[in-house]
Design a protein around this ligand. Structure first.
Ligand SMILES: Nc1ncnc2c1ncn2[C@@H]1O[C@H](COP(=O)(O)OP(=O)(O)OP(=O)(O)O)[C@@H](O)[C@H]1O
Ligand SMILES: [Mg+2]
Length: 238
């Protein structure tokens, strides 16, 4: 298990996307990041995943204990990125196929059941609702075994009941991994964050998470208080 350090500012064509920031994703724990739209959260995830070609980081992204990042990271992106010509099941086993492995249909079907899509597994993305597509993308991410997982608003399209269930599923399946979750939902950060970061044009603020192990009950008074504190901070930083 490795901690990941992110330090630097991001630029595109001489324009600064965000100022110099520094944060650490602690090994084996959930870091939640909030912040206004356009502040650079997706850019940070894409930089960590090594996917950014136009935006340049003036800084460093490294494992604290050393070693290479290649092959260590999986990313669930903000858009579901499902392949339109594959059905839900085939989208879930895509990682297997891309690596030239035999698709693990047992694991895929078990995950499809857990995300509540067994009856929809033969459908292609165009025939799925937004929330169903997002759950296919979540199942595809949970198929991966990589130690560092980046989740870009993974529950944003889900109704409140399913969102709570999927948070619990992700917490259970990703136990022990090093996670960075981007969310606009203070309640989600208060339930899942073992570190909570608020990004703004002024930099990054570390907010003390509620006491207790994750995943926390959404109606615990410390969780509700943290949720309120985060909303207040987000409004003040705007
Ligand atoms: N390839 C690019 N070229 C120019 N500007 C870009 C590029 N990619 C992102 N940006 C800009 O960088 C800024 C940060 O974008 P980013 O997608 O990281 O925001 P975000 O915090 O994830 O927002 P949201 O909460 O809406 O998803 C935005 O102003 C965006 O327009
Ligand atoms: Mg984004």
């Amino acid at each position: 298990m490795q901690s990941l350090l992110f330090e630097g500012s991001a630029w595109v064509d001489e324009i600064q996307i965000f100022p110099r920031i520094s944060f650490t994703m602690q090994a084996g724990s959930w870091t939640c990041m909030l912040g206004p739209s356009g502040v650079g959260k997706t850019t940070i995830l894409r930089l960590i995943a090594g996917l950014e070609s136009e935006i340049v980081l003036d800084g460093r992204i490294e494992l604290k204990e050393g070693g290479r990042l290649t092959g260590q990271i999986s990313l669930m992106s903000q858009t579901d990125n499902l392949l339109p010509w594959l059905n839900a099941t085939e989208n879930v086993v895509l990682g297997n196929r891309l690596r030239g492995e035999k698709p693990n249909y047992d694991k895929a079907n078990a995950l499809i059941e857990k995300v509540g899509l067994t009856d929809h597994r033969k459908k292609k993305p165009y025939a799925l609702s937004g929330g169903q597509r997002q759950r296919v993308a979540l199942a595809r991410t949970l198929m991966e075994e990589r130690p560092i997982v980046l989740l870009d608003e993974p529950f944003s399209a889900l109704d409140a009941r399913v969102r709570a269930e999927m948070q619990e599923l992700a917490a259970q399946h990703l136990q022990g991994k090093t996670i960075l979750l981007v969310t606009h939902d203070p309640a989600e950060a208060a339930r899942l964050g073992e570190s909570i970061l608020v990004l703004s044009m002024n930099g990054v603020k570390d907010v003390c998470p509620p006491e207790g192990a994750i995943i926390r009950a959404y109606d615990e008074h410390t969780v509700l208080a943290c949720q309120g504190q985060l909303l207040r901070l987000l409004r003040a930083e705007a």
